[in-house]
Design a protein around this ligand. Structure first.
Ligand code: MSP
Length: 512
């Protein structure tokens, strides 16, 4: 019943951007969902603080690398709070427990005979912290991703025998569920089939890293160090002695959520390192797509970076969460369009869900003593609307399991839209004027309020605060409730006193 979920550990060379926020938001949604299903969740996120890129940034800013890391790490922690991210662990690769774990892990890999000293020559991208597959004869090559010149390196490094794990890695990446979405499997498969080459796991002349035991002047390659954060996070930091034994509660990870750019590290290098150390492999690696803005790649040179802090300061966190989860198929690339963001928040949240709750609650308060109408149970349990709701709920649950948050949002919206149609067709504001109509109006209003209650529960992992506001408007106190049980039709308690309705979300004013 343990579910361990990770985001990448983000480089602290710069402030958080929308890309890292998007990954973390998706992981948060999944973590919340799994908790609601009753699982013990370890939701791990954090920062990757070593390496040349960070050392250089700190130098440019004329502060020590650690001061720089402290500052940016704190920015991440603050931002995650504002975005309602519910992580259980925040790893910093500069922590002493992490360093101790890296050394311990290295000893295991050495005893497997997988480390040797060799010469590393090649073109290196500091932005990617990666050697590139570019010929020596190429003059002045440029990194495809960072558009910056590659740097020539020729040094003695420690190597990891990746080639030894060729067969095991082939089997792993071809296994059914390991790489998700399925479409990304091919790209990794082509890389593996071209033959795995050993890779260097130490650097010389880079002091901002973890020292390699027994090899003076060598620090660990930042990727070797950072991947281990997924496990060092699981140790009890108050008891560093526990690291002497590699019995790890919460490992293997159920899923690593990452961007498509770093799939190779997670689906190939990382499993091989774990095989070498004799540790279990993660069950799934999910590589999501990239976000662009109004059709363009976001970047400093274009000056079009969307700062997640500014977004959250300008708009409600729930509004931005909704747009990112509802409009982008997780796994595919997506384009952030401001007009669409405003339209969806106003139409879906403020109109379709918010107004529905508001007007129904107002009618119930007016005609039924400020409370949920008293109805005959039979008329609710056998109501024609219940089958439709059941169907949406079941589709919602399976799409949440598949990380298709866009579909889950669509099912929530379909349910709210059907309830709106039901209300308009039955027009209780007209019926109430007819004699002896009170019990029919009671059923109509109950059906709509019950649908909104279920919408409120379905929103819980996606928009936790909005979900809470809906529950408060329906006077639901659900501290001990069972999530799946709460999605059952017909459990809103008749007679519950309803508070004076308030808008659950403010509409975005386009003029502003
Ligand atoms: N430090 C490494 C990861 C080590 S994990 C042990 C790293 N860090 S990073 O800061 O560059 O973060 C990369 C992640 O940010 C990507 O995998 C992806 O999740 C996310 N994104 C970066 N730009 C992005 C977009 N434009 N759109 C969506 N996500 C992207 O790599």
């Amino acid at each position: 019943m343990t579910f361990t979920i990770t985001t990448p550990l983000y480089y602290v060379n710069d402030r958080p951007h929308l890309g890292s926020t998007y990954t973390t938001l998706a992981a948060d949604t999944l973590a919340r969902f799994q908790r609601l299903l009753g699982k013990q969740v370890n939701f791990i996120t954090g920062v990757d603080e070593h390496g040349q890129k960070i050392e250089r940034t700190a130098n440019q800013n004329k502060i020590s690398p650690l001061e720089h890391c402290d500052y940016i790490s704190a920015t991440y922690i603050d931002l995650w709070k504002e975005w309602n991210i519910s992580h259980d662990k925040f790893v910093r690769t500069t922590s002493s427990s992490h360093k101790q774990f890296v050394k311990k892990f290295f000893e295991r890999v050495v005893s497997s005979g997988d480390i040797y000293m060799g010469n590393q020559q090649g073109w290196y991208c500091v932005g990617c912290e990666e050697f590139k597959d570019v010929s020596k004869d190429n003059n002045d090559p440029i990194c495809d991703i960072h558009k910056k010149p590659l740097e020539w390196r020729d040094e003695e490094n420690l190597f990891f025998r990746l080639s030894k794990y060729q067969e095991q890695i082939e089997l792993l990446i071809n296994s059914k569920d390991f790489i998700q979405p399925k479409a990304r499997q091919n790209e990794v498969s082509n890389f593996v089939l071209s033959g795995l080459k050993d890779f260097s796991i130490s650097r010389v002349n880079i002091s901002w890293g973890i020292e390699v035991p027994g090899h003076k002047g060598h620090t660990f390659y930042v990727w070797f160090d950072a991947l281990l954060g997924y496990i060092s996070a699981l140790y009890d930091t108050s008891n560093l002695d526990s690291i002497s034994e590699l019995n790890i509660d919460g490992w293997p990870a159920s899923i690593h959520i990452i961007g498509k750019d770093i799939l190779r590290f997670h689906a190939v290098y990382w499993p091989a390192m774990l095989l070498s150390a004799g540790l279990p492999l993660p069950k799934k690696v999910f590589g999501h797509g990239f976000l662009t803005r109004e059709g363009q790649k976001m970047g400093k040179s274009l000056g079009n970076i969307l700062d997640p802090k500014v977004l959250i300061d300008q708009y409600n966190a729930e509004a931005v969460r909704w747009y990112l989860l509802r409009d982008f198929q997780f796994g595919q690339d997506g384009d952030f369009q401001h007009k669409r963001f405003v339209d969806l928040v106003n139409n879906d949240l403020a109109n379709t869900i918010g107004n529905l709750l508001n007007r129904t609650s107002t009618m119930a308060r007016k005609w039924f003593n400020n409370s949920v109408p008293d109805v005959n149970r039979e008329s609710i349990v056998n109501h024609q609307f219940s089958a439709e709701v059941k169907e949406y709920v079941s589709k919602y649950l399976s799409s949440m399991e598949e990380l298709r948050f866009d579909k889950s949002c669509q099912y929530i919206l379909s349910l709210a839209t059907s309830a709106n149609v039901y209300l308009n067709e039955n027009a209780p504001w007209k019926k109430i004027k007819e004699p002896d109509s009170i019990s029919i109006v009671a059923v109509d209003l109950y059906v709509v309020l019950e649908s909104v209650r279920i919408v409120g529960y379905l929103l819980a992992p996606l928009l936790p605060k909005l979900s809470q506001s809906i529950k408060s408007q329906l006077a639901i106190n659900d501290l001990d409730s069972n999530f799946v049980e709460s999605l059952r039709w017909g459990i809103l308690v008749p007679g519950t006193i309803l508070p004076i309705p308030e808008p659950i979300i403010e509409k975005i004013d386009v003029q502003k």
